[in-house]
Design a protein around this ligand. Structure first.
Ligand code: FAD
Length: 388
């Protein structure tokens, strides 16, 4: 085997987290190697929402304008029981330049991050799977394998696991991750449909059968997310239509015309015990997973990436000692814990069973919805602006 390729930082995984980290490092002249086991980027829409805080945090990377230009701004979230409005949450008073939720399919977010990385001279080395990481006093040795199974070695001062929920880097570092799983499965579908309600609002229908979320992407395209006891592997147009007939508006007819992409998933929730083990760091889904309620998952991964990238750049440039990197876990792990708790609360509220409990919830939401400070607080929390 040839001698290891030397670099300052190896990033395992070129999802949104790894790409944002690479952008941050490239922008500050730090050398790195970014590898991903996939031969090509994923083409599916997955995480659909970017929040105000994330748009602000991404500004120094030079990608925010492109994201805003490509996405669809959602100014209001409406909670409904069929045709009855329980609560309207507007974003026009949140303390940010970006007073909306930006709807944008994840593959487009990743494409924008990749374009910016290319412009900065960075690349994603694809078809390279991290299969082992071994640390020592001065750095870490990473073994990567290509599609043919040929191994190669990388030698770095630090390694970042941005390799998702099943992170091999986390396992190599021996960092524990205790995750729970929700009973419900989620249906996810991007559709075209005839929708006569105001098309710019995000709507969450709370029905006895479960919840149904309708997110507009603009141009007649919508994302539908719904809880079901056991979701089909590939939800069809008829599945989505039946959910909307059962849970959506009664007064206006909804007609799903075609399904662009659909999927199902089961949700885990948990936070890695640590974000750092000596030379190894975790970021994004490798460090935390939670319910998609509130659309926070990709957002906190992107914010992890920028926080870690800024610290790594300081240490590599010798402006700060290695101990400065300990602050990353102190800064970011409590955020994930709060998001796991908040999204857990939202999921339990949305999937409450029992007629009495649902009635009490709906009355509570209606009463709270009349209080401007409650609506402002919810909007600020959703935009991730209510914490340091
Ligand atoms: C069907 C679906 C729907 C979702 N919907 C939403 C949503 O509506 N809202 C929301 O907020 N979130 C949603 N998510 C979650 C969101 O997609 C994740 O939070 C986000 O992708 C996390 O980004 P990441 O970069 O940390 O990890 P990932 O996106 O998982 O990226 C990890 C990358 O690492 C690579 N990799 C893995 N192992 C290795 C290895 N050993 N060597 C090299 N490369 C490796 C993978 O190929 C991948 O490219 C959804 C996810 C799925 C699957």
């Amino acid at each position: 085997m040839s001698p290891p390729q030397e670099t300052s930082i190896v990033i395992a995984g070129a999802g949104p987290t790894g790409l944002a980290l690479a952008n941050c490092l490239a922008g500050q002249g730090v050398n790195f190697v970014l590898v991903d086991k996939l031969a090509a980027p994923q083409t599916t829409s997955r995480a659909a929402a970017i929040h105000a805080r994330t748009l602000e945090v991404l500004e120094p990377l030079g990608v925010t304008d492109a994201l805003v230009g490509a996405g669809f701004p959602i100014q209001t979230v409406v909670l409904q029981d069929r045709d009855k409005t329980l609560m309207r949450v507007g974003f026009d008073q949140i303390p940010s330049r970006y007073q909306y939720i930006l709807a944008l399919p994840q593959n487009e977010t990743e494409a924008i991050l990749t374009q910016r990385l290319t412009a900065l001279g960075g690349t994603v080395e694809r078809d390279r799977e991290v299969v082992a990481v071994v640390q020592d006093g001065s750095g870490a040795t990473v073994t990567v394998q290509d599609a043919a199974g040929s191994p190669a070695m990388l030698r770095a001062r630090y390694v970042v696991g941005a390799d998702g929920y099943h992170s091999i880097v986390r396992q190599a570092a021996g960092i524990g991750f205790a995750a729970g799983t929700y009973a419900e499965t989620f249906i996810l579908a991007d559709v075209h449909m005839d929708w006569t309600l105001p098309p710019g609002d995000m709507r969450l229908f709370l029905a006895p059968e479960g919840l149904a979320l309708v997110v507009p992407f603009g141009g007649g395209r919508f994302r539908i997310v719904a809880t079901v006891p056991e979701a089909p592997a590939t939800p069809t147009r008829a599945d989505v239509q039946s959910i909307l007939d059962q849970r959506g508006p009664r007064a206006s007819r909804v007609s799903v015309t075609d399904v662009l992409w659909s999927s199902r998933f089961r949700i885990h929730h948990g936070v890695a015990r640590h974000y750092r083990a000596s030379r190894i760091f975790l970021a994004g889904d490798a460090a935390h997973v939670h319910s998609p309620a509130g659309g926070q998952g990709m957002n906190i991964g992107l914010q992890d990436a920028v926080a870690l990238g800024e610290r790594l750049a300081e240490v590599i440039a010798e402006r700060q000692p290695d101990a400065y990197l300990d602050g990353y876990e102190q800064q970011r792990r409590p955020v994930a814990e709060r998001v796991v708790a908040m999204t857990d609360q939202m999921t339990r509220m949305g999937t409450l069973t029992g007629a009495v409990g649902q009635q009490v919830r709906n009355i509570g939401l209606t009463v709270a919805g009349h209080l401007p400070f409650v609506r402002r607080r919810i909007a600020t929390r959703m935009a991730e602006l209510s914490r340091p």
